[in-house]
Design a protein around this ligand. Structure first.
Ligand code: GLU
Length: 290
């Protein structure tokens, strides 16, 4: 039986959507629609302190104004915590996780913290803790759970053959070791982005992950998690990012105008979507060449 293509858009409701989100959502939506496939919407709201219900409603409204429709129920990560806990406990039982008590400041201050493709690589401080001290601290101190990447790679028999297929970049060999011992269970949230996104894409049967190239590096980590948790490997398409006129990527925190503010200023959503599909950006923005 032919496999139906399943894509998704997975925004975090920590701010209003901007044009970059619109561009990404349209690509994921259209990729599925062209193939008679399914397009899913997942709200990535595991970060309880930064996620806001008004942004969830804003996401629904903004996508509807672009003329995008999604299939089936919207999945909320906040309702999926048991699935993340199950994955964490499987990895913990295999001895592939360790608790980390470090603060961001501790890591930033560490002179041994090397730099990796996605920023500072954790220097492994808590991996080296004496087991008795670790047990005592575990009972009393807030902690994250980190993957012991060297052990994890050994557990899957090494990185040879660990690749993903990217529709734009080709076959990419995964290099999880360059990312070091990333966090899978956060101090303040039951799972990290890496764990939740990998577990959910598999649970929802996503066959094609269409997302911005800013998440390309994260795929090295997702690929090792798929191997450890015995999950299927989707095809990826990490598309180039829409930028401002100076070529800077759009970000909520750098004042990118929200879609809602463009609509409020008279921008019609379906006209905007048609423009983005033609490879044109509104004045003040730039689209990567197709
Ligand atoms: N929730 C992530 C974000 O808003 C995107 C997740 C993904 O597409 O993998 O940046």
């Amino acid at each position: 039986m032919p496999v139906v293509m399943v894509t998704r858009f997975a925004p975090s409701p920590t701010g209003a959507l901007h044009l970059g989100h619109a561009f990404s959502a349209i690509q994921a939506h259209d990729r599925a629609r062209r193939e008679g496939g399914t397009f899913l919407l997942r709200i990535e709201d595991i970060d309880g302190t930064r996620s806001r219900p008004e942004h969830v409603q804003g996401i629904f409204d903004d996508l509807a104004r672009l003329g995008l429709t999604w299939d089936g129920p919207v999945i909320f990560q906040s309702a999926r915590l048991a699935a993340y806990e199950l994955a964490l406990s499987q990895l913990r039982e295999r001895g592939l996780l360790y608790p980390c008590f470090c603060t961001r400041a501790d890591i930033a201050a560490s002179s041994t913290a090397p730099h990796g493709p996605a920023g500072t690589v954790y220097p492994g401080t808590c991996r080296l803790l004496d087991p008795a001290i670790r047990q005592a601290r575990l009972a009393t101190e807030p902690h994250a759970w980190r993957i012991d990447m060297v052990r994890a790679v050994a557990a899957i028999g090494g990185v040879e053959g660990l690749v993903w297929r990217d529709e734009l970049a080709g076959v990419v060999p995964a290099d999880p070791l360059a990312h070091g011992d990333v966090v899978l269970g956060r101090k303040d949230a039951p799972a990290s982005y890496h764990l939740a996104v990998t577990v959910d894409d598999a649970a929802q049967g996503v066959t094609h992950i269409v997302r911005g190239v800013d998440l390309f590096e994260a795929t090295h980590v997702h690929r090792v998690l798929q191997a450890l948790l015995d999950l299927p490997v989707p095809v990826y398409r990490h598309h180039a990012l829409l930028t401002d006129a100076a070529g800077n990527r759009l970000a909520k925190r750098h004042g990118a105008p929200s879609l809602a503010s463009l609509y409020a200023a008279g921008q019609d959503g379906s006209v905007l979507a048609a423009m983005l599909r033609r490879g044109q950006a509104p004045p003040g923005f730039a689209l990567p060449p197709a």
